[in-house]
Design a protein around this ligand. Structure first.
Ligand code: CP
Length: 320
């Protein structure tokens, strides 16, 4: 593995989950592996969990970490090639990424989509240019289309809490007031499709008409636009809003009747409920669920450390 940007960088999904759980059982067990190498975390967008959990993971491996909130603290970046930079941008990504690569052994990058130009977002222009110019291994901290560290933590959480060999996992669309990226949902879907191929889960996606995700991430999943039907016998319900992919970046519905609450939970097999956070209480997910025993959201956020630690460990081992 040279970089970690999607499930396709995972060589053996089952083994990686088992390894993450071993690391969780003894988080400081590999404290010598980092050898004081430097992890740089570059944020073009806000973060709580990704920032803190990845730093914690690096500390557990004996690495040093440097963080830059590029959107607030860095120079305004130019992404286009062959331009005369006589506008607002001050530094080209060619130089910025190359310089960061001089200071760091591994770099993490968060770069959200603009949700205006689907082709631009889905080509992962920013992530790919960063990889091209920085010259060191890159970990996605959530890109325009995917959030692999989150999905890895989600799969670890499902493995820990499953009471059946092949639990039913339902990804359900949830209401929101702002247009959100599809990254978390695309990523969760591609990880669950892979897990389904390995007989680890049965995977179903439910959303209102018009909220179909890109097929490249959902191929192999059962898709049902009737939420009540989809929730039947679910063991895990993964709640997430996303804006439309087909009418790119648009909100198509007020989402009335789609919020998961304890009433909807009755349709399931007493399902555990997941959300990547941050969550808007009472809009995306009911307070009754978040404050109840079925919620796994805090546990899931905790597992972000062990997902990141597994990935960093593998990158370091590969670079030895
Ligand atoms: N779930 C997640 O990635 O959280 P942050 O945006 O706070 O990092």
């Amino acid at each position: 593995m040279k970089h970690f940007t999607s499930v396709n960088d995972v060589t053996d999904l089952k083994k990686w989950v088992d390894e993450a759980l071993k690391i969780k059982a003894d988080p400081q067990g590999f404290v010598d592996i980092g050898g004081q190498k430097t992890l740089g975390l570059v944020f073009l967008n806000p973060s709580l969990r990704t920032r803190m959990s990845t730093q914690k993971a690096a500390m557990n491996l004996g690495m040093n970490t440097m963080v830059i909130n590029m959107d607030k603290e860095g120079w305004r970046l130019e992404m286009n090639d062959n331009v005369i930079m006589d506008g607002y941008s001050v530094e080209h990504i060619k130089e910025a990424a190359a310089v960061l690569g001089q200071y760091c052994d591994i770099l993490g990058l968060r770069c959200f989509p603009n949700l205006k130009d689907r082709h631009e977002d889905y080509s992962e222009e920013v992530l790919n240019k960063f990889i091209k110019y920085c010259g060191v291994p890159v970990v996605s901290l959530e890109s325009a289309t995917l959030h692999p560290l989150q999905s890895f933590a989600d799969l670890i959480t499902i493995k820990e809490h499953a009471t059946k060999p092949k639990p039913k996992v339902v990804l359900t669309w949830a209401p929101h007031v702002k247009p959100l990226p599809q990254a978390v949902s695309n990523s969760f879907s591609e990880w669950m499709v892979k897990a389904q191929e390995l007989d680890m889960v049965d995977f179903v996606i439910t959303h209102p008409e018009g909220y179909e995700l890109a097929e490249e991430f959902t191929k192999g999943a059962m898709i049902n636009t009737n939420q009540d039907e989809a929730l039947k016998n679910a063991d895990f319900v993964y709640v997430k809003n996303w804006s439309s992919y087909n009418k790119y970046g648009e909100i198509l519905s007020d989402g009335k009747g789609w919020m998961m609450d304890n009433e909807k939970l009755k349709l399931t097999d007493n399902a555990k409920v997941m959300h990547c956070l941050p969550v808007r209480r009472g809009l995306e997910l009911g307070n009754d669920i978040l404050d109840g025993n079925n919620s796994l959201v805090i546990h899931e956020a905790g597992n972000r450390v062990f997902a990141a630690q597994t990935v960093l460990k593998k990158l370091i081992e590969g670079n030895k």
